[in-house]
Design a protein around this ligand. Structure first.
Ligand SMILES: [Zn+2]
Ligand SMILES: [Zn+2]
Length: 399
C-alpha cells in the first residue's frame, strides 16, 4: 500500500532544516527510515549509559549515515548524564566521543561511582570536537543548569511542550530567566524517544540554513546563530524590523518602536499566538474557534534593552504518549541599547540559588572522587557564582 500525504508547507525549500535533537535505542538504518516517514532531515541518535546498560555505543564509530537522496541524515552523538546536576545532548562532532557518558551513581551511572566531572567539562569537550553542546530536556535535572548558563557553556536549550501548562511552567520560565539576565540561548526541540510510543520529531527543531548546503556542521552553525524554533506541530516565524531570531537590533538611548510580525500555520487548529518581550506577553491574538493559520502584526514600544520571541499553541491535544501540547516557540531577536544590558533581579537571584544548590550538593552529598577532580568541579561553581555576583553588583543589586 502506498500512502501519499500532501504538504501544506515546504520549509525545506525556503532554507529550513528540521531535526530531532534527542533519540535513543533505534538502529541508525531504522532511524533513517523513521526520519523519512516523519519528514525529518536530521536525527541525532544518542548513545547513553543506563547503569550497567550501554546503548548505541557501537554506532558511534560508524559516523553519520544518510538516505539515498541525502535529505535524511542520522548522526550518532552521546547523552551525558548525572542524576542531580543535569543531562546533556552532545551532538555530532569528530574524534573520540565524550566518554564515560554517566557519572556519580544510579540511575545514570554505576552504583558507587563517585563524582568525577562537572557538566561544564563535558560541554567543553563536546565543543572542542566541533559538536553542538545542548542542555537536554531543560531544566531537569536542574542543579548545574544555572552555572552552565552563567559560564556560557551551552549552545542551546532543548525544551519540551508539556500539555497541562503550555508555556506556564519551568521549562519556558527558566529559559526566560536566563534570557532576562542577558544570557543569549536559542531553543531546540527533541523527543528523547525511547520506544515505539513516540514518533521521531514529535517535538523538533527548525533551524534556518538559508542557501548553505545541508550538513551537520552547517546545521550546528545555524542553531548557534539562533534562527530556530521548537515545535510539536506549528510552523512559526518571527520578524522584528525585518530581522530574525538570533539577530541583534541596536536601539537608541531610551529604546524605540519595533515592528513585529509573527505567523503560524499548523495541521491542527491553533487558538493563540503571542509575542513575548522580556518574559511578558507584549501582544497576543486569540481565535476561540481555532484556525490553521494565525498572524500577529504589532508596533511594540521597547523602553530599553530586551529580547522578543513568538509563541503559539492549540488547546487541542495532547499528542503522543508523553502528552505533548501542540505548540511552538521561536528563539529571540535581541534588542540592544548601548551602555545598558537586559537584567532581571529576581531571575538573577534564581540563577544564584541554583548555583549555590549545586555547590551544596557537591560539598555535602555527592560521593567524592579524587581531591584534584573535586577541586576542579568546585572551581566551576565558584567561577559561575563570582561572575553572576559581579553582574548583580553592576546592576546595583546587593544580596
Ligand atoms: Zn536525559
Ligand atoms: Zn535521553
Amino acid at each position: 500500500m502506498k500512502l501519499e500525504i500532501g504538504r501544506f508547507a515546504d520549509l525545506r525549500k525556503e532554507g529550513w532544516i528540521t531535526a530531532d535533537t534527542h533519540v535513543h535505542f533505534l538502529s541508525p538504518s531504522t532511524a533513517v527510515l523513521e526520519g523519512q516517514a516523519e519528514g525529518l532531515n536530521l536525527i541525532n541518535l544518542l548513545a547513553a549509559q543506563w547503569g550497567d546498560l550501554f546503548t548505541n555505543v557501537g554506532d558511534l564509530p560508524q559516523g553519520p549515515i544518510a538516505s539515498h537522496d541525502g535529505e535524511t541524515m542520522v548522526w550518532p552523538g552521546t547523552e551525558n548524564r548525572q542524576h542531580i546536576l543535569g543531562h546533556l545532548c552532545l551532538l555530532g562532532g569528530h574524534g573520540e566521543p565524550v566518554f564515560p557518558m554517566s557519572a556519580a551513581g544510579p540511575d545514570e551511572s554505576y552504583l558507587g561511582d563517585p563524582l568525577w566531572t562537572s557538566l561544564a567539562d563535558w560541554l567543553d569537550a563536546c565543543r572542542k570536537r566541533g559538536g553542538l553542546a545542548v542542555t537536554a530536556h531543560f531544566p531537569y535535572p536542574i542543579a548545574e543548569v544555572g552555572a552552565d548558563i552563567v559560564l556560557g557553556k551551552s549552545d542551546a536549550l532543548e525544551i519540551y511542550p508539556d500539555f497541562g501548562t503550555g508555556f506556564d511552567n519551568p521549562r519556558f520560565i527558566h529559559w526566560y530567566h536566563a534570557l532576562s539576565c542577558g544570557y543569549r540561548l536559542p531553543v531546540v526541540g527533541g523527543t528523547d524517544k525511547m520506544g515505539a510510543y513516540m514518533a521521531v520529531g514529535a517535538n523538533r527543531t527548525y533551524a534556518y540554513l538559508a542557501q548553505n548546503e545541508f550538513s551537520f556542521a552547517n546545521w550546528a552553525q545555524a542553531v548557534r546563530k539562533g534562527n530556530t524554533f521548537m515545535t510539536s506541530g506549528p510552523l512559526l516565524t518571527l520578524r522584528a524590523d525585518g530581522r530574525v531570531p538570533g539577530d541583534v537590533i541596536t536601539l537608541g538611548a531610551g529604546g524605540g518602536t519595533v515592528e513585529v510580525e509573527t505567523s503560524a500555520q499548523c495541521f491542527v487548529p491553533l487558538h493563540r499566538i503571542e509575542i513575548v518581550m522580556n518574559g511578558r506577553i507584549a501582544a497576543s491574538h486569540e481565535e476561540p474557534n481555532g484556525a490553521h493559520q494565525l498572524k500577529l502584526h504589532e508596533q511594540l514600544q521597547v523602553p530599553g534593552p530586551a529580547w522578543i520571541a513568538a509563541r503559539c499553541l492549540s488547546t487541542l491535544g495532547p499528542t503522543t504518549d508523553w502528552h505533548f501540547k501542540v505548540l511552538a516557540h521561536t528563539s529571540p531577536v535581541y534588542l540592544d541599547v548601548p551602555g545598558q544590558e537586559v537584567f532581571s533581579a529576581p531571575a538573577a537571584a534564581f540563577l544564584m540559588t541554583l548555583i549555590e544548590g549545586a555547590e551544596t550538593w557537591v560539598n555535602n552529598l555527592a560521593t567524592p572522587s579524587d581531591p584534584e577532580s573535586m577541586a576542579r568541579i568546585r572551581q566551576t561553581y565558584r567561577e559561575a557564582r563570582q561572575r553572576l555576583h559581579h553582574k548583580m553588583h553592576a546592576h546595583g543589586l546587593a544580596h
